[in-house]
Design a protein around this ligand. Structure first.
Ligand code: CTP
Ligand code: CA
Length: 227
């Protein structure tokens, strides 16, 4: 083995990652979305591929592009489309990471024609989208399932609750109110928490460095479990 091959610790592993926002249509010219840039999920895809994994990336609308051409990219728009793309690839995957910022609500009614402006208030009724990560947790057959938690307060407590409720193997908790963390930026600060409640603080780093650390922690935890 060459030096490079020895670093391919994820060779033979299939990794499924979701990234970016989802976009929920109101009418042909309007939609709801959020501030996700897709950078963290794309960094994870590159990191996993560089470690030798076979990577599928389910991406919401973003300007991001992949460097590693071996990564399979599936573009989706809505939470419903992301749900189907993730489940379609879930059972054949070894590691599944949900870095996407899925819209929690979508307009109950989608207008086929552009809504014309009118006097007064426009009330839009919103309904819940499916919780994709939770549904994956329920469908688990041995996949190592990782979620993200974006919080502005009580980050560790809320993150721990998401880990348990969604039956995750690990959660990456971001306090998005902290400077240098979360949406849009090139850096992030996070806590990696596994289901044994072992915590790893990941100090301010580029999203790519953070992605490398997260992949190493996942590999460590998977090896611990197969012992
Ligand atoms: N998630 C998902 N499907 C949804 C909403 C969230 O798969 N409809 C996933 C995200 O991709 C992320 C994790 O769940 O990995 C946590 O997302 P987050 O928005 O932090 O938590 P929610 O469970 O949506 O709860 P809330 O927004 O109320 O904090
Ligand atoms: Ca949410």
């Amino acid at each position: 083995k060459t030096h490079q091959d020895k670093n391919k610790i994820l060779a033979g592993k299939k990794v499924l990652i979701s990234a970016g926002p989802t976009r929920e249509q109101i009418d042909p010219v309007r939609f709801f979305t959020n501030h996700s840039s897709g950078k963290m999920g794309f960094a994870l895809a590159e990191a996993a591929a560089d470690l030798g994994a076979e990577v599928t990336l389910v991406a919401g609308p973003t300007d991001m592009e992949l460097v590693n051409k071996q990564i399979k990219r599936i573009n989706i728009t809505t939470a419903e489309e992301m749900y189907h793309a993730m489940h379609h690839n879930f059972l054949t995957s070894d590691i599944v990471i949900k870095a996407a910022a899925v819209a929690d609500y979508r307009p109950k009614q989608v207008y086929e024609e552009k809504m014309k402006k009118q006097d007064g208030v426009w009330k839009i009724e919103m309904e819940r989208t499916k919780d994709i990560l939770q549904s994956l947790g329920e469908a688990k057959t041995g996949q190592f399932l990782v979620g993200f938690a974006a919080e502005t307060e009580n980050a560790l407590e809320y993150g721990m609750k998401k880990l348990q409720k969604k039956r995750l193997d690990a959660v990456v908790i971001n306090d998005v109110s902290t400077a240098g963390a979360g949406f849009g930026g090139d850096t992030n600060i996070a806590t990696y928490l596994n289901k044994h409640m072992e915590k790893e603080e990941i100090a301010l780093s580029s999203k790519r460095d953070m992605a490398d650390k997260i992949m190493m922690l996942i590999d460590r935890d998977m090896k611990d479990e197969s012992k």
